[in-house]
Design a protein around this ligand. Structure first.
Ligand code: ADP
Length: 447
């Protein structure tokens, strides 16, 4: 069993891990940049180590600094959170080479799923339904045009190394292909240092449905249903809910079993998310994330489980603490992402928080590292809080969200709270009638 773990992250997710560790009687070590010396995760952890200057590359992404912090403090394991080093297979290898446990899957699984072409290939062989598309990378414009003609337009050109919605371009017709192909390649090169792209059929009105899976690393795995994350802006999620408003019990059981069996077959360890596009009753795999997701709390709410605790237990070599039959859905949960950004421009707004008050009461959870007088530094992402509500059904969850948003106070910086207050007045949001394009259309019409 671990006595002490190091959290290689910042912000709300660092708090999330520190909280789980404390409940398990495990000491926590925070690491931080000089810009984060006063951050909440530093205050809340049992110990802290400064690992470098503000820039992420020199601090939260600095592998030598993080390993040194482990050695100095005697931490036996590292939880990577999400983002930063959480899906870096090279990091996992180095951690293990130093006799430290990585709280997450094995390096080989991160590597396979980090390359989207290999990931799709692997999933296809494991019986997971995929979006129709190219067999591997598409090296030339001629090859891309040939495929477009065969598959029929629209198509989407995607970076093999992609993530965060970058390196993705849609070609509506053959005329768009040249531009889409080259701009996807150059964006991929700039963002990931790898310009390989592949092509998929572009689904026109899908929902984004993702399945939470959990493996024990020894051939056993379960699924924890789906999350609907269709409300997106520039392929970035802003509002997530579980269960999906349009997914039936039969569909959940079917796709959930396919996913659990797939990860069991590869001896996957820990939390993972298998992402699908869902259109007309069919699921199409797009990618797998080999880490805890930002939106994991909606799943925790409806299943009554602590996913971080489970991650730590699996890393300790313990069996899963639940069987598939134990996992029953209770009610409905919604998460909204509070970002320090303007609405509707979504321009980052770092700065000083003059007043912060988190909502409370039955079925309300606020995961945030904010406090009165805190200065949001300009160096990192703009997520400053997640408001999660849980109700007996979707209607109650929506009413609770409305009530909780009314109680939330984040003064001093512009943030996305007003966006959600507006969305709650929309018929389509109330009925759950939206797809991955809904939010962008609504933003265009409304502002
Ligand atoms: P990333 O890793 O950059 O997040 P994903 O492959 O997960 O990229 O796709 C992100 C989003 O892009 C999806 O949720 C969806 O909105 C859109 N998308 C991706 N592939 C397709 C496709 N074949 N057809 C339509 N939309 C797609």
């Amino acid at each position: 069993m671990f006595d002490k773990i190091l959290v290689a992250n910042r912000g709300e997710i660092a708090l999330r891990v520190i909280r789980a560790a404390r409940e398990m009687g495990i000491k926590s070590v925070a690491v931080h940049s000089t810009a984060d010396a006063d951050a909440m995760h530093v205050r809340m952890a049992d110990e802290s180590v400064c690992i470098g200057p503000p820039s992420g590359t020199e601090s939260y992404l600095s592998i030598p600094a993080i390993i040194a912090a482990c050695e100095v403090t005697g931490a036996q394991a590292i939880h990577p959170g999400y983002g930063f080093l959480s899906e870096n297979a090279g990091f996992v290898q180095i951690v293990e080479d130093h006799g430290i446990t990585f709280i997450g899957p094995r390096a080989e699984h991160i590597r396979v799923m980090g390359d989207k072409i290999t990931a799709k290939d692997t999933m296809k062989k494991l019986g997971v339904p995929c979006v129709p598309g190219s067999d591997g990378g598409v090296p030339t414009l001629e090859a891309a045009q040939k495929l477009g003609a065969e598959m029929g337009y629209p198509v989407i050109i995607k970076a093999t190394a992609g993530g965060g919605g970058r390196g993705m371009k849609v070609a509506q017709t053959v005329k768009d292909m040249e531009n889409a192909f080259y701009s996807a390649r150059s964006e991929a090169k700039a963002a990931f240092g790898n310009d390989e792209v592949y092509i998929e059929k572009y689904l026109t009105t899908p929902r984004h449905i993702e399945i939470q899976v959990f493996g024990d690393g020894k051939g056993k795995a379960v699924h924890l249903g789906e999350r609907d994350c269709s409300l997106q802006r520039r392929h970035q999620k802003v509002f997530e809910e579980a269960p999906g408003p349009c997914i039936t019990e039969e569909e959940r059981a079917r796709i959930g079993k396919i996913c659990a069996d797939a990860v069991a077959a590869i001896n996957y360890a820990g939390a993972g998310t298998i992402e699908f596009l869902y259109e007309q009753g069919e699921f199409y795999f797009i990618e797998m994330n080999t880490r805890l997701q930002v939106e994991h709390p909606v799943t925790e709410a409806i299943f009554g489980v602590d996913l971080v605790r489970e991650q730590i237990r699996v890393a300790e070599g313990l069996p899963l603490s639940f069987e598939q039959e134990d996992l029953q859905i209770n009610g409905h949960a919604i998460e909204v992402r509070i970002n320090a950004e303007t609405v509707p421009g979504f321009a980052p707004r770092p700065g000083k928080i003059t007043a912060f008050h988190a909502p409370g009461g039955l079925g309300v959870r606020m995961d945030s590292a904010l406090y009165d007088g805190y200065s949001i530094p300009p160096y990192y992402d703009s997520l400053i809080g997640k408001l999660i509500v849980h109700g007996r059904d979707r209607r109650e969850a929506l009413a609770r969200l409305d009530r909780a948003l009314g109680e939330l106070i984040v003064d001093g910086v512009e943030n996305t709270t007003p966006l959600f207050e507006m969305l709650l007045g929309e018929e389509d949001i109330i009925t759950g009638n939206y797809n991955i394009h809904w939010l962008e259309h609504w933003l265009e019409e409304t502002f």
